[in-house]
Design a protein around this ligand. Structure first.
Ligand code: 6PG
Length: 241
């Protein structure tokens, strides 16, 4: 694993994240004629998605997925799919068949998790026991050091044989990529902003801390690991990076 940590001014986070993401998209297309990109949810990535909407990229070669999803319909204000479509995907000529949202329509999260597991295996032509390698997975972290919908001390953290499972935030179900799927990615990019994330970052970067208490510590991808950290979040780490 190659780890890069950058602490950047608040005014530079979007432009730096955009340049890294575009570089990795172009690398994937050069090497494999396509890019498979899984998006983070929440609020931090929204301005980055809005900036991607202004870019001229070979959209027909880019496939979009989500690393996690709230268990709501896409038109719901909490939907990660809905946020990315409104901020970005509705504004670029990307084929609809290149957009692979997590399904949330079965009324039972485990059914939709299984369905998306199968959808991913079909897309990547991987069988049970194998893990596809996404070119890029974008992630954020919560103040509790969760990532995707892998929350502290939840069963989702223990799932090793599936691609997609059910996460739980305050008993609200979510769908999420599993640890082994994320860790099989060629490039994982964390994008973190805000002083409220300082404590979580300290625990994630600490030489030792409980992984199940601070789940983002479990993200150790086989490929590249990037941390793009806005300076107010990264204050405690300054001097180390
Ligand atoms: C989600 C996310 C989640 C998010 C963090 C940070 O569905 O909410 O995927 O893991 O990345 O909670 O969220 P903010 O960017 O809003 O702080």
């Amino acid at each position: 694993m190659k780890k890069t940590v950058e602490i950047v001014p608040q005014t530079a986070l979007v432009s730096r994240a955009l340049s890294v993401i575009i570089e990795k998209i172009q690398q994937a297309i050069e090497q494999r004629s396509r890019c498979t990109l899984a998006l983070a949810g929440g609020s931090t990535p929204k301005p980055i998605y809005e900036a991607l909407a202004t870019c001229n990229l070979p959209w027909e070669k880019i496939h979009i997925f989500w690393g996690d999803e709230r268990y709501v319909p896409p038109e719901h204000p909490e939907s990660n799919q809905g946020m990315a479509r409104r901020a970005w995907l509705d504004h670029v000529p990307i084929p609809d068949t290149n957009i692979h949202p997590m399904p949330t329509g079965a009324g039972e999260p485990t059914v939709d998790a299984q369905k998306h597991d199968e959808e991913l295996r079909e897309f990547f032509h991987t069988s049970i026991g194998e893990f596809p390698a996404f070119d890029i997975i974008l992630l954020g972290i919560g103040e509790d050091a969760h990532t995707a919908s892998l929350f502290p001390h939840t069963d989702a953290l223990k799932v090793r044989e599936r691609l997609v499972t059910v996460g739980n935030k305050d008993s609200q179900p979510r769908l999420t990529f599993t640890i082994p799927l994320i860790n099989n990615a060629r490039c994982v990019i964390f994008i973190v902003a805000g002083a409220s994330k300082q404590h979580a970052l300290c625990k994630i970067f600490a030489p030792s801390a409980d992984d199940f208490t601070y789940p983002a510590r479990l993200i150790q991808p086989k490929g590249e690991l990037w941390w793009l950290i806005e300076e107010s979040a990264g204050e405690p780490l300054k001097g180390q990076y």
